[in-house]
Design a binder for this molecule. Structure first.
Ligand code: GUN
Length: 289
């Protein structure tokens, strides 16, 4: 048996085309262009690339992009002052502060300073609480993208056993909340879980988000299960080149066992930006009332 490989890039491209139509209709109806402000502090090369591609896609689907690239030495007070300005700027409907922030800045203080209705990352404690209590919320983009892929494969997820490997605030916890809201039976596993392979083998849906290259082996997977690989890990470089990017799942081994699997790259990654732009349009709709 060989798993069906889920084409996240094609799925995300379809979402972006639909979103472009929705943005056009929104502009016509409200005479207003949705705007997304992206803030990056410092010179982390990966962050610079992510922010550049977020801004490009924003413009491509007809929204306005406001980029704020700040020096590594920017103080927390100055960053908070910028966020306050963006919170009250009427042309800005979504605000994203790219992580990681430099070590002298308190992530939680910054994320919780963003107005919850403009928090398109869904990281604010108010949005996390709304998601946990089943209220309408801006939902973190990566888990939202994973859920859309899962629903495109299975339709109704009710009653399925789902295992989320990883307990981060950005992916693991919101992913578990979303699956619970779909009436899955959810297990959250992590570095201290006993018999991790055995726990994984019980899952109809396995979402891996631990940041450990190729950790999930073929014999950890239930035959026919759907495997969603959130990991983006760069292997050490060989021959002076750049190291290969791999997921948290051993793709070659998993391919022989799983029913469906996302590749890395080209699986979950492209979905994240599409979901960010979905959230920006949703935020603009909420803000105009
Ligand atoms: N850094 C890595 N992933 C993300 C994300 O989804 N949002 C933000 N703000 N920063 C990130």
């Amino acid at each position: 048996m060989s798993a069906e490989v889920i084409d996240g890039k094609a799925f995300a491209d379809g979402l972006l085309r639909a979103l472009e139509d929705d943005v056009r209709a929104f502009k016509k109806e409200h005479d207003l262009v949705p705007g997304l402000a992206v803030v990056v502090v410092g010179h982390d090369p990966a962050s610079q690339i992510y922010v550049g591609s977020k801004a490009r896609r924003t413009v491509e689907i007809g929204m306005r992009s406001y980029e704020h690239r700040l020096e590594e030495a920017t103080s927390e007070a100055d960053l908070l002052a910028l966020i306050r300005r963006l919170n009250s700027a009427p042309e800005v409907h979504g605000i994203l502060v790219q992580l990681p922030l430099p070590p002298h800045i308190d992530d939680a203080a910054v994320l919780d300073a963003i107005a919850p209705e403009k928090d398109v990352d869904g990281f604010h404690v108010i949005n996390a609480g709304r998601l946990a209590t089943g209220q309408s919320a801006l939902v973190p983009c990566t888990p939202s993208g994973c859920l859309q892929l899962l629903k495109s494969i299975h339709g109704d997820l009710a009653g399925m056993r789902a295992l989320v490997l990883g307990r981060s605030n950005i992916v693991g916890k919101p992913m578990a909340q979303l699956l619970l809201a779909e009436s899955c039976t959810v297990t959250i596993a992590h570095s201290r879980t006993r018999d991790l392979p055995g726990e994984c083998r019980r899952a109809d849906i396995l979402v891996a988000a631990v940041g450990r290259p190729r950790m999930v082996k073929g014999d950890w997977i239930k035959p026919g299960a759907t495997v969603i690989d959130v990991g983006i890990n760069r292997l050490p470089a060989v021959d002076g080149g750049k190291g290969k990017i791999v997921g948290d799942v051993d793709f070659e081994e998993a391919l022989a066992v799983a029913g469906h699997i996302t590749p890395v790259p080209g699986g979950v990654g492209p979905m994240t930006i599409a979901c960010l732009l979905q959230n920006t349009l949703k935020a603009a709709r909420v803000q105009i009332g």
